[in-house]
Structures are given as C-alpha cells and as structure tokens.
Design a binder for this molecule. Structure first.
Ligand code: PMT
Length: 221
C-alpha cells in the first residue's frame, strides 16, 4: 500500500471501450473490459485523490469513493473527459477509443435485402482526445498519460505514438484476442517524453496502476 500522496489532487481516468452505433441494434466496438482503467481509479482513490472515472460501456460496478460518468461513444467520452479535465492535475486515458465511426446512423434496423450485396460501411474520423488534452492543457503543470494497445512492433509503435500524441507518459501494452483485454493481468513499458523507459513485469493490473501513479506524482512535484 502506497502513501496517500494524491491527497488534494483531482485525477481523471477513462476506461472501457467506445461503441459507435450503426443502427439501433448494432455498433462498432472493441474488446476492452474497463479493468485496467478501474484499477487506475481504485488505486488513485486509495492514495487520496478525488477521482473522476469516465467509463465507456463497462459492466463493472462503480468503485467506492469515485465519481463515475458513463458514456457510450468517442464523442461522448471526449465531452466528459474535457469537462472533468478542466480542473484536473492528471488525466489518464486507459479507454480504448474508436478512431473512426460510421458516417451515418440508420434510425431503423438495417435490413438484409434479397439478391443485393450489402452496402459498404463508410467511416469518418473521430476526434483524438488524448492529442487534444495534451495540446490544450487545462493547467500548465497538468500531467497527461496515454495508453498504447499494440499487436506488433510494440515499442517502436509506442515511441512514435508518444511523439504524435504529445502526452507526458505512454503505457505501451501488447494486446490480442485473449491478451490484456478482459484479463486481470497486464505487462507494459511506460515511455516518458523525457526519454525514460519503465518496464512493468507481468502482474495484476493494480500493480501497473500503482507504477503509473508513482510516475505521475513524481511529475506533479
Ligand atoms: O479494459 P481492459 O480489458 O482492462 O484492457 C485494457 C486496455 C488494453 C484497453 C488498456 O490497457 C489500453 O491499452 N488502452 C488504450 C487502448 C487504445 O485505444 O489504444 P490506442 O493505441 O488505439 O490509442 C492510444 C491512446 O490514444 C489511448 O490512450 C487512447 O485512449 C487514446 N485515443 C485513441 C483514439 C482516439 N480517437 N482518441 C484517443 O484519445
């Protein structure tokens, strides 16, 4: 158990995966369960922080002592994160956010039409919330942390993502159909904009969360 070193701090954590609706019954989504984000929220609260957890489509119970804002889509997640970030000391984006959403939403269920090929799904870009929070810091000393879910060239992709997004820390983790998503454990390397690299061995998602907060508190001073 760590010291209560986040007392007096407000931190924002996003968790889960966005769902981008096609029609009233279908969506484009991903495999995030929200467990990593919830572990971050729980550990920050245990260290004394006021925590706002922006949860996208998770089936997990609200952690005790945490303000939970539930959202569905990337656009809703952006709104909730930007609102909470206005007075936050740190923002940690553990949510898996869809880069694209269907251009159109069909008000009625899309029907299969006999003898006709299905219409293609046209996608448009979603806002990049992490890049936006990093570029327009609500406070000059705000610490911004991203996650990178990679399937290949994990570290090389992580390094270029850190530069592109402009955050202070990027937690790079490998994902697959049964890897990291939904599991109780994770393994990662935390890259710092200052060139630092902190490897985190395979273990409970709480253990990775504690290391993220260690690195954040060091930057908060
Ligand atoms: O929820 P679990 O089952 O516990 O799984 C945990 C996890 C694998 C979801 C988590 O550890 C993780 O890696 N989260 C980030 C997933 C992701 O969206 O990675 P990305 O490489 O596509 O995005 C990079 C970063 O930019 C992320 O911080 C993401 O929140 C952010 N982003 C992405 C797209 C977008 N339009 N806006 C964003 O802010």
């Amino acid at each position: 158990v760590r010291e209560p070193d986040l007392v007096g701090r407000h931190v924002v954590v996003s968790a889960g995966g966005t769902r981008e609706p096609l029609d009233p019954v279908r969506f484009l989504g991903n495999r995030s369960s929200g467990k990593q984000g919830y572990a971050l929220a729980r550990t920050a609260a245990a260290r004394g922080a006021r925590v706002t957890l922006v949860a996208a489509n998770t089936g997990l119970p609200d952690p005790a002592g945490v303000d939970v804002v539930r959202v569905g889509t990337a656009v809703q997640l952006r709104e909730a994160v930007l609102k909470a970030a206005a007075d936050a000391d740190a923002v940690v984006m553990a949510a898996a956010v869809a880069d694209f959403r269907p251009e159109t939403y069909a008000a009625g269920k899309i029907k299969k039409q006999d003898g006709r090929e299905p219409d293609p799904i046209v996608l448009v870009r979603n806002p990049d919330i992490l890049a936006e929070v990093s570029a327009d810091r609500a406070r000059s000393n705000q610490v911004v942390v991203g996650f990178a879910a990679e399937t290949d060239e994990v570290l090389a992709n992580g390094r270029s993502k850190l530069r592109r997004k402009g955050c202070d820390l990027l937690v790079v983790n490998e994902v697959g159909e049964r890897k990291t998503f939904g599991s109780e454990e994770n393994e990662a390397v935390v890259l710092g904009a200052d060139g630092s690299e902190t490897p985190v061995p395979y273990g409970p998602k709480e253990a990775l969360a504690e290391i993220v907060w260690d690195l954040v508190t060091r930057r908060l001073g």
